[in-house]
Ligand binder design. Structure first.
Ligand SMILES: NC(=O)c1ccc[n+]([C@@H]2O[C@H](COP(=O)([O-])OP(=O)(O)OC[C@H]3O[C@@H](n4cnc5c(N)ncnc54)[C@H](OP(=O)(O)O)[C@@H]3O)[C@@H](O)[C@H]2O)c1
Length: 340
């Protein structure tokens, strides 16, 4: 049962900088058919959050102001809407919020989410661990493993460009779990971290020549590159991939990083390489979440490094995320692990 009709929420009054957050009272959202009302324990933070805040994603997502940001949530179910069959009040869950379709995000005490975007959190996994999964792990999972994206197979060689960030911390582990040999790039201070995630070869993008190091490791080129940083960070990517291989680039929605997508796809095709440039897919993402969290529960993957901020520190968390050098993930603690 919900305990109140009003809730605390950290909101932005309009598009703006990290200092524009305000802690205010908002009505607890109504639960529509097919939705689940979640009392929020943690809100995972992603680069998308500062991009929403600054209006860079305004063409794709309609934020209703005052805007409650946050793709990623974990917490406890308090109410279910008509037609919901898979969840009941008291369940511990995590989800990708309805922010992507104009609903509320996670930086509040409650949020209402479509049932098919939610999965249960098993006993072995903390709510904090679950909160950082949705955007980063889902994007890595789908883009490495789906047949129409990376289609990564056991025995293949893959380069993860950006192995120490949110996406990379999961991608390195998913690729090892799938039986691949894994090279990953990161800066000098993250070398040990990325090795601890299981990478077979760690390349310092600040000090080493990436294509040179990779050529020694994969004489004929790698089967797949998963680029989590942006096309312009790896201008010679195509020269590092075998004919018949795949270059999967995660859209950063930053024109300075994504470059000429149509031109890049055509150039790759002329070399016999498939270039894939796609968003994470949210339809029925709850099924992917269940698989991913079972790997964590079974100890087949581990948590990324997680740094925790209180809701009053949301501005600091956004500044840190926007600088682009987070190790692992950032999370906002709302009700925390002892939520009821
Ligand atoms: N379109 C979609 O569906 C979608 C979904 C999810 C994410 N994304 C986008 O994907 C990108 C990555 O997301 P994320 O959550 O992984 O970001 P993140 O956590 O902020 O990534 C930070 C990491 O990137 C590393 N890095 C920065 N520049 C690098 C370079 N030139 N080479 C190698 N590593 C570098 C940093 O390592 P150092 O500190 O060592 O430099 C840091 O560990 C973001 O642009 C995000 O918006 C898109």
């Amino acid at each position: 049962m919900r305990k109140t009709n009003l809730m605390k929420a950290s909101v932005i009054p309009g598009y703006g900088d990290a200092d524009s957050f305000e802690l205010i009272q908002l009505p607890v959202p109504d639960v529509k058919a097919g939705e689940v009302l979640i009392r929020v324990a943690y809100a995972g933070i992603n680069p998308a959050d500062w991009k929403y805040r600054e209006g860079l994603l305004a063409q794709h997502v309609n934020i209703q102001f005052p805007g409650v940001l946050g793709n990623d949530v974990s917490g406890v179910v308090v109410e279910v809407g008509e037609g919901v069959t898979r969840f009941t009040p008291g369940d511990k869950v995590f989800a990708f919020t309805n922010i992507s379709k104009g609903g509320l995000g996670a930086y509040a005490e409650y949020t209402a989410v479509d049932e098919d975007r939610i999965a249960l959190v098993p006993e072995e996994v903390s709510l904090k661990s679950a909160a950082v999964i949705p955007t980063a792990a889902l994007t890595s999972w789908q883009n490495l493993l789906r047949k129409d994206r990376g289609n990564l197979q056991a025995g293949q060689k893959v380069l993860i460009n950006g192995g120490s960030g949110g996406l990379g911390s999961y991608a390195v582990q998913f690729a090892k779990w799938a039986g691949a040999e894994v090279a990953a790039t990161c800066g000098s201070s993250n070398q040990d971290y990325v090795q601890s995630l299981g990478a077979d070869l760690v390349i310092d993008y600040r000090k080493q020549n990436i294509s040179g190091e990779l050529a020694k490791w994969a004489l004929e080129g790698v089967d797949i590159i998963l680029d989590t940083v942006g096309t312009k960070s790896l201008p010679d990517a195509l020269s590092m991939i075998k004919k018949g291989g795949r270059l999967v680039s995660i859209p950063t929605m930053d024109a300075d990083m994504d470059d000429d997508v149509a031109g890049d796809i055509a150039e790759a095709a002329s070399l016999g390489i498939s270039k894939i440039f796609d968003f994470c897919t949210l339809e029925t993402c709850g099924k992917d979440f269940s698989l991913i969290i079972s790997l964590l529960a079974e100890g087949k993957i581990t948590d990324p490094m997680i740094e925790t901020f209180s809701i009053d520190e949301v501005c600091d968390a956004h500044k840190k995320q926007e600088e682009g050098h987070v190790q692992g993930k950032l999370v906002l603690e709302i009700a925390g692990e002892t939520i009821t």
